[in-house]
Design a protein around this ligand. Structure first.
Ligand SMILES: Nc1ncnc2c1ncn2[C@@H]1O[C@H](COP(=O)(O)OP(=O)(O)OP(=O)(O)O)[C@@H](O)[C@H]1O
Ligand SMILES: [Mg+2]
Length: 510
């Protein structure tokens, strides 16, 4: 790269304005990035982070302001303009073609550019060299569909590197990565920075943001709320900047106990070949049972079988004392709710309003003799918005136009307005900001207080300790430890998730 000094400002966004029909999404926002820095963009759900990025990458036109690249004003009208300036977005995986190899996918990115002719052999070697230089755990010849989410992300990074990207944008890159995979990504980010690449990093996982960032810019309600250099990062101060108030202390340990109320749901020796094996547990009325462990431990699959969304091969599911064969078609009527992990694809209809989304899930309650009263529907929509503190607090917005975190809150709202007996919740706060998280934990507690049996899957240890009455750790499809009665600490859970169960007699095999 040129003789530009590291630390020099590479690009600058000045007084950026963006107004959607009712929302002033960006209000005179300033943001600049230096060469070779990791610059985090923080803010609550709906603060304007993704909108700012979309303007920088030519997805949305700006309504005001200027963008400068190395001091010169530039216009970014589409993705090609952004690419030509060396700005690349690291998508999670969506832009890759599964049936092609790593090398072919990377070339595809290039062929879109101005290269008429390519020397395939040389290109392939160049790509393998690039992989070796960074020590990525992938090969140029691997077929993309055989790769993990983390590896696919690396292919995206390679794609960007091969187009000489100088600025890489990562929006929630670790949301679906395991701890170990995240650590590999952190290493790569540090390497990229050392090579002079600038990274714009968006994440709701504050700990990683504090560890990685050279600088943090905080947005609040579409405005700049602060900018902090690495050496001045004080976590509590940053949280205050984000939410405009102080937050109560988080939990480092939790005292647990098994509830003595009636058992609402029991799972006995449940197995599904290739997914999970011999899983047994009970959940009492009004109890929050957390299934934790690493990504891929089989927890989601257990939830889906209980709901009837996926089959199981052997074992029993017992609901209110009777063996049931769960079917998705009558799960709702029985009082079961499932809030899926991948809310983006499974949780809502993007083209419908919040109210319509809530109404579709609650049709059984709303319909009287086949008719739905518009007033009842509106009321339920309003209730959902209140329960999850949706922003904007408008039940008539189309869900697809909400910010990522607020889309997730809308899905939660659909279920939290129901009369439930058993709720299955999968990773409820991925992508949700720290203030809203707290509110969601309060709903979970409220549901439990109302007598609902809650089974919650979470990989976020602070979250586990915040909500659990009892904790089951799964690993590679099996229950390897149960924490009940007594105090569990972050360390206990992390160790168990990694396969260190300590006293083997405590392993749950009831
Ligand atoms: N296409 C759109 N049409 C209407 N409003 C929009 C659109 N895109 C974003 N908004 C609104 O602009 C505001 C900022 O949203 P943005 O997606 O930038 O937030 P974010 O900071 O990325 O939040 P999150 O952490 O939840 O992803 C929100 O109020 C959102 O509802
Ligand atoms: Mg966003």
């Amino acid at each position: 790269m040129s003789e530009v000094q590291r630390g020099e400002v590479l690009f600058e966004m000045k007084n950026i304005e963006k107004i959607f029909s009712h929302v002033h999404a960006l209000d005179h926002v300033n943001f600049d990035v230096r060469k070779g820095e990791v610059h985090a963009l923080l803010g609550e759900n709906g603060a304007g982070k993704s909108t700012l990025i979309k303007i920088l990458t030519g997805v949305y036109p700006k309504d005001g302001g200027q963008i400068f690249m190395e001091g010169k004003e530039v216009e970014i009208n589409d993705r090609d303009d952004a690419l030509a300036l060396g700005i690349a977005v690291i998508f999670q995986e969506l832009s890759l073609i599964p049936s092609l190899t790593v090398y072919q996918n990377i070339m595809l990115g290039k062929e879109e550019g101005k290269f008429g002719f390519v020397n395939a052999r040389k290109e392939k070697k160049d790509i393998q060299d690039l992989i070796d230089r960074y020590g990525f755990p992938v090969t140029a010849d691997a077929t993309v569909e055989t790769l993990s989410v983390a590896q696919k992300q690396m292919v995206e990074i390679l794609k960007a590197l091969s187009t000489n990207a100088r600025i890489m944008i990562m929006d929630e890159p670790t949301a679906s990565l395991s701890q170990r995979e995240s650590e590999i990504l952190y290493k790569i980010i540090n390497q990229l920075r050392d090579q002079g690449v600038s990274i714009i990093y968006i994440s709701h996982r504050l700990e990683e943001v504090f560890n990685l960032s050279d600088r943090i810019t905080v947005l609040r309600d579409g405005k700049n709320a602060g900018e902090v250099e690495k050496e001045d990062i004080v976590p509590s101060e940053i949280v205050k900047m984000m939410i405009g108030k102080e937050l109560s202390e988080s939990t480092a340990s939790r005292s647990l106990h098994e509830s003595d109320t009636e058992v609402e749901l029991e799972v006995k020796n449940l197995s599904r070949l290739g997914y999970y094996e011999d899983v047994s547990f009970k959940v009492h009325k009004g109890e929050v049972l957390v299934l934790t462990g690493l990504v891929g431990a089989g927890r989601t699959e257990v939830l889906r079988s209980i709901y009837g969304a996926d089959p199981y091969d052997s074992g029993e599911i017992i609901f209110e004392g009777k063996v049931i064969k769960p079917r998705i078609s009558d799960a709702v009527a029985k009082g079961f709710g499932l809030i899926p992990e991948d809310r983006r694809t499974q949780g809502f209809s993007p083209l419908l309003t919040v109210t319509r989304n809530v109404a579709t899930t609650n049709y059984d309650k709303l319909a009287h003799g086949g008719f739905v009263n518009k007033k009842d529907e509106d009321e339920l929509g309003k209730k959902a918005v209140e329960i999850v503190d949706l922003r904007p607090a408008n039940p008539n917005v189309v869900v697809g136009n909400l910010s990522g975190g607020n889309q997730q809150k809308a899905v939660l709202g659909k279920w939290l307005t129901r009369d439930l007996k058993v709720i299955l919740i999968d990773e409820p706060t991925v992508g949700i900001d720290i203030g809203a998280k707290d509110e969601i934990y309060e709903f979970v507690e409220d549901l439990a207080k109302q007598g609902v049996a809650v089974i919650l899957v979470s990989s976020d240890i602070a979250e586990v300790l915040r909500v659990a009455h009892r904790i089951i750790v799964m690993r590679e499809g099996k229950i390897i430890k149960e924490f009940k009665d007594g105090v569990a600490t972050q360390e206990d859970i992390l160790l168990a998730s990694s396969g260190f169960t300590g006293d083997e007699k405590e392993v749950a095999h009831e």
